[in-house]
Write a protein that binds this ligand. Sequence first.
Ligand SMILES: Cc1cc2nc3c(=O)[nH]c(=O)nc-3n(C[C@H](O)[C@H](O)[C@H](O)COP(=O)(O)OP(=O)(O)OC[C@H]3O[C@@H](n4cnc5c(N)ncnc54)[C@H](O)[C@@H]3O)c2cc1C
Length: 412
Amino acid sequence: MSKVLIIGGGIVGLSSAYYLHKKGYEVTVLDKGDVADNCSFGNAGMIVPSHFVPLAAPGMISQGIRWMFNSKSPFYVRPGLNLNLVNWGLKFVKHATSKHVEQSAEPLRDLSLLSKKLYEDLSKESGFNFELTNKGILAFYKTEKAGEEEAHLAEKANELGLDMAVLDAAACKALQPELELDVLGAVHYRCDAHLYPGKLMQDLLRYLEQNDVKIVRNKEVDRIESDLNRITKVFTGSDVWEADEYVLATGSWSPAVAKMVNLNISLMPGKGYSFMESEPKNRVTIPALLCEARVAITPMNGSIRYGGTMELDKINTRINMQRVKGIVQSVPKYFPDLKPDLPAEDKIWYGFRPSSPDGLPYIGRSAQKKNLIVATGHGMMGLSLGPATGLLVSQIIAEQPTEIKIDAFSIR
Ligand SMILES: Cc1cc2nc3c(=O)[nH]c(=O)nc-3n(C[C@H](O)[C@H](O)[C@H](O)COP(=O)(O)OP(=O)(O)OC[C@H]3O[C@@H](n4cnc5c(N)ncnc54)[C@H](O)[C@@H]3O)c2cc1C
């Protein structure tokens, strides 16, 4: 049976390993870390068919500029001479149009719905217990302006066959009776779900290792050898790895790895923070998005996970406490009796969303290196889109018809 080497053990790499293993391939996953804390672990756990509008959308640029001048705002770009950022920014601007939003809606919806269905299937398999919960997400707003935007989103969603409902404050209270609310209303993204990402990753790793998929930790790919149109060898220091097919699933590090085969992938790491606080009263039963503050709140494993911010910068280990304060202070503005403490620095998790400039993932076979499949750039939706991406990767490698059309995700 053919051998596949997957570079990167995040949700995209592990999902690809899962479906390739099911098809009978001999699979090895290489990761530069110990696969215990990449971006796929500490995220908000939201499964979001509701997110059919890509990040590159009209209005994002002016909103982004306004946020830049507030140290506690949810968005930040480090100014400076970063050529990658400049190129990425130009592409982002080019795509922030209504036409792009229109063209992206159906491909994103189809990828998301496929993934949600695959999560439902996976949750029924023995050994998988990652708390998949189908209660939707409540997107709360405090201002008329955000309310109008959300109502417009709900209308579009319903046209696309996605279940969303506009709720006034009383209807919100009926859904979250234990929580004091100070909101105008919410849109209930009923089509969405949530899960516990750390548990999902552990379940996947256990399943793969018990089924003879090799997970090789702490091996960083630092060189790739290829002939004119095929990869021949991958190096991690002095170790050499050979396979028939290679999958590039290295999240925010993908541009550096792609460069090893002279492939340009436009991607910026979008750093975000999260922290957990125990919640014995169990007041939050449905995950929440705070629309104006761009904060995500997810009940998880008897606690609440708070997450947010998007910092476009080089990959770094700095924790910007002002941004975390921004998350903490925004919560009681919507829920007056929910007052998370500012966490100590060592309790704050951060991860890098692999953000493509058009807001769509890259999924497909490379035109230059015929045995290379690229699967990255899932931005704010990588957890949601992981299983569908993995299934598509396995179908591309097996040369089977893909479950959904993938032209919109082409790396070209
Ligand atoms: C605060 C926050 C909240 C989020 N909330 C959500 C959410 O609610 N829903 C959702 O769908 N998404 C969410 N996301 C986004 C989601 O977490 C990411 O899109 C997703 O985890 C990306 O997965 P990945 O597999 O592409 O990358 P990663 O999980 O980053 O995995 C990439 C792996 O590649 C490895 N690697 C890199 N370079 C090399 C190399 N040279 N050699 C070997 N290995 C290498 C890395 O070590 C890493 O393990 C959130 C993100 C953040 C930051």
